[in-house]
Design a protein around this ligand. Structure first.
Ligand code: ZN
Length: 297
């Protein structure tokens, strides 16, 4: 990767250090995709100027306008996500509160913690009788500001909010102790098509951070979504149950045999998604399947 004085020279009109770091990365991607060498870029003021013009103001606070960048670079949005994730996201994203955007090392500032606390439920419901999983743990009711945050998180290119959510969840002692008792964390998978469109699986981001912070194994090699279906949120209860049937596949089932599994999803409405996933997981004869969601409708 090009990350040197020469690029620094070309990017000298940008004064802000952090902005320069960000622009370096995008600059590399730009050259790579346009098949330009650093020599060509150095020798061509027009290309430099055009690039700098286009790239200016494409970053607001900690948020990167990925659709806009994809347009400038002439590549798919998912490539941007992938690139940022692999190369730069830790450099690029200053540690800020994912909710209000103010600098904060925890990813969640005291003011926003208070807002979340007001909405938090931290409830556990036993679903043993009607569902394929045992307990449902939910953090919030799906309403008000929480609803807005989750929709932003899921659909409005704000994947970084997962840090705020997970940090908030783990601050609750009761939930922390309960979550620590699982052997394996599994996110509800999304289809490849959806992954390409969105660039990230919102449940995987949460599952991954939980697994790291709790030191529990993350398992993404067992449960797969093999069909792309109509969004569940657009359907009623009966339609949802039908829509979700036979869209998941179980592989490498021996890995989760006899394990205490925590299945992660973002929103719980009728429960048909996590129920169908649990049905598949149970084929591997785990010791237990429980579900954790951010919010329950
Ligand atoms: Zn905040």
């Amino acid at each position: 990767m090009l990350y040197n004085d020469e690029i620094c020279y070309i990017l000298r009109p940008i004064n802000d250090k952090e902005e320069q770091t960000y622009t370096y990365e995008i600059f590399n991607l730009y050259m790579e995709n346009k098949n330009l060498t650093i020599e060509q870029m150095k020798g061509d003021n027009k290309i430099q100027k055009q690039f700098l013009e286009e790239i200016k103001n494409k970053r607001i606070d900690n948020e990167i306008n990925k659709s806009e960048l994809a347009r400038i670079l002439g590549i798919a949005r998912c490539t941007i996500y992938k690139y940022l994730k692999e190369n730069t996201i830790s450099n690029l994203a200053p540690t800020v509160c994912g909710i209000c955007g103010k600098i904060n090392s925890d990813g969640l500032c005291p003011k926003c913690t208070k807002i979340l606390e007001k909405c938090a439920k931290f409830e556990i419901i036993n679903k043993n009788i009607c569902m394929n999983f045992e307990n449902l743990i939910y953090i919030f009711k799906y309403e008000g500001i929480i609803r807005k945050l989750i929709l932003d998180y899921k659909f409005n290119e704000k994947p970084y909010i997962y840090v705020s959510f997970v940090n908030f969840i783990l601050k609750n002692k009761k939930i922390f102790e309960i979550l620590k008792s699982y052997d394996t964390i599994i996110p509800v998978p999304i289809s490849r098509k959806r992954m390409k469109e969105r660039g990230y699986n919102q449940s995987l981001l949460i599952a991954k951070k939980l697994s790291e912070d709790l030191n529990i194994q993350l398992q993404t090699n067992c449960l797969f979504k093999t069909k792309n279906i109509v969004e569940q949120s657009k359907l009623n209860k009966e339609q949802r149950e039908k829509n979700i049937q036979n869209v998941y596949e179980l592989k490498n089932e021996q890995i989760i045999n006899n394990k205490k599994i925590l299945l992660i999803d973002d929103i719980y409405t009728t429960g048909s998604t996590v129920n169908e996933c649990s049905k598949m997981l149970r084929k591997a004869q785990p010791r237990k399947v429980d579900v954790l969601v951010l919010a329950k409708d």
